[in-house]
Design a binder for this molecule. Structure first.
Ligand code: PHE
Length: 360
């Protein structure tokens, strides 16, 4: 009896002294594992006489139970200590002061894109996207700009050297967002109403041109669409964007291979404190290109131009931002100068909404 008492005491002490879960596991194996000491004692029961077994059996089982219980208790204690330790090291110091001033800001281009999405969502347009690395067919051919067309030369295209598309033509950086018109008409069933904001590229660089710039494309395809729908949409858009009712538009006949008829759209301005401000009609600024989608473009996308018509427009986003927020050098948009970003950037919490205002 006393033997078992001291044996139980010994194991309890060893188990209680285990400093961590790994050593505790080692003690468990030493006692209860296949080759363990307590397991060994249990095995001796088989060779005992029934009388011996009756007296020894309960003691050995009691020992095993005591050891098992001690291991369980130690395990719980070690795990609780580990949790305590974690809680102590992973505390958040709620007394830290809030950051003074804002951290980072939303770039005016992103802001204007959000404003456009908001304004056009209200008119039932969704936002579409397409790849910036385009193939020749989507950027030109499907838009009724065949191989020999002079418009190709006017686009100052960046071509890739080795990568060829399925037609064996060099891949390129899209020169406008118009290829998204094609991709949308191919992927979705009309009626369609989309805008497609995004990056575009042309080999051109001065105060008003950067090799990478941003455009937004608009496309409506429906039955019986006409020029009046185009004019109303652009007027509604520009009034909402500039948040003024005195926006006056002037549509000038123009030429784009993918629209017929085509119109360049000017917006009227007045001069205030030596600066041109959109509104009124003292002078005219060109803001976008537009027109009725050419039947050949509709047919190239597999639609029947006798059933489906539509209008499209394309507009420089950087230029819209400059007109609305008063920057005069486009190059600063992409310099990453923190002083410029702090001055012209927007709070990330200031999400444009029609009710709250799509402006500053
Ligand atoms: N893609 C033309 C450009 O980049 C703009 C445009 C788009 C004109 C849609 C008409 C219709 O100049």
């Amino acid at each position: 009896m006393s033997d078992f008492d001291s044996l139980t005491g010994e194991w309890r002490a060893r188990i209680a002294a285990a400093p961590d879960l790994a050593s505790l596991e080692a003690e468990r194996v030493a006692a209860l594992g296949k080759q363990g000491a307590v397991t060994g004692l249990l095995k001796t029961l088989g060779g005992m006489t029934p009388e011996e077994r009756q007296s020894e059996g309960p003691r050995i089982h009691a020992l095993r139970e005591a050891v098992t219980e001690a291991i369980g208790a130690r395990k719980a204690a070690l795990e609780a200590a580990e949790l305590e330790r974690k809680l102590a090291t992973e505390t958040l110091d709620m007394t830290l002061p809030m950051p003074t001033g804002e951290q980072g800001s939303v770039h005016p281009v992103s802001q204007v894109m959000d404003e456009l999405a908001e304004i056009f969502a209200d008119l039932g347009f969704s936002v579409a996207t397409g790849p910036e690395i385009e193939d020749d067919w989507h950027n030109f051919t499907a838009l009724n700009i065949p191989e020999s067309h002079p418009a190709r030369a006017m686009h100052d295209t960046f071509y890739f050297g080795a990568d060829k598309d399925r037609d064996g033509k060099r891949m390129l950086l899209r020169t406008h967002t118009s290829p998204v018109q094609i991709r949308t008409m191919q992927a979705e069933k009309p009626p369609l109403r989309i805008i497609a904001p995004g990056r575009t590229y042309r080999s051109d660089s001065d105060a008003t041109h950067t090799p990478m710039f941003h455009q937004v494309e608009g496309l409506v395809i429906d039955r019986g669409t006409h020029l009046g729908h185009l004019k109303w949409t652009l007027e509604t858009f520009l009034k909402a964007f500039f948040e003024r009712d005195d926006i006056v538009l002037r549509l000038r006949p123009s030429y784009f291979p993918f629209t017929e008829p085509s119109a360049e759209v000017d917006v009227g301005y007045t001069v205030q404190n030596g600066r041109r401000v959109v509104g009124g009609s003292d002078g005219w600024m060109e803001v976008l290109g537009s027109g009725m989608v050419h039947p050949r473009v509709i047919a190239a996308c597999g639609l029947d131009p006798d059933e489906w018509q539509g209008f499209a427009f394309g507009c420089g986003i950087d230029r819209l931002a400059m007109l609305k927020y008063g920057m005069d050098d486009l190059r600063a948009f992409f310099d990453g100068d923190l002083r410029w970003l702090r001055h012209y950037g927007f709070s990330s919490l200031d999400v444009p909404t029609l009710s709250g205002g799509v402006g500053a």
